[in-house]
Design a protein. Structure first.
Length: 79
């Protein structure tokens, strides 16, 4: 799977945040839902424009971001 087929960015929509293609749903929003305890079923039921492939694409996108160092590294806590 190529995440670029599902994730796009347009500076005219949500200030250029990465979105699921054909929607105004940001990658950030979906990741936040998972972080709040939503599961795949909850997300797909509440956001019918998404599908399993678009959710998989989000994680592939994030994997590439981490691999390429595009995300900030958490700073070490000094006790």
């Amino acid at each position: 799977m190529n995440w670029q087929d599902y994730i796009v960015s347009d500076k005219e929509i949500l200030l250029g945040k990465p979105l699921i293609k054909g929607t105004r749903i940001s990658v950030e929003h979906v990741v936040g839902l998972f972080g709040q305890g939503w599961d795949e079923k909850d997300i797909l039921e509440n956001y019918p424009t998404l599908n399993k492939e678009s959710l998989k694409a989000i994680f592939l996108y994030l994997q590439d971001c981490i691999k390429d160092g595009l995300l900030f590294q958490p700073s070490k806590r000094i006790a």
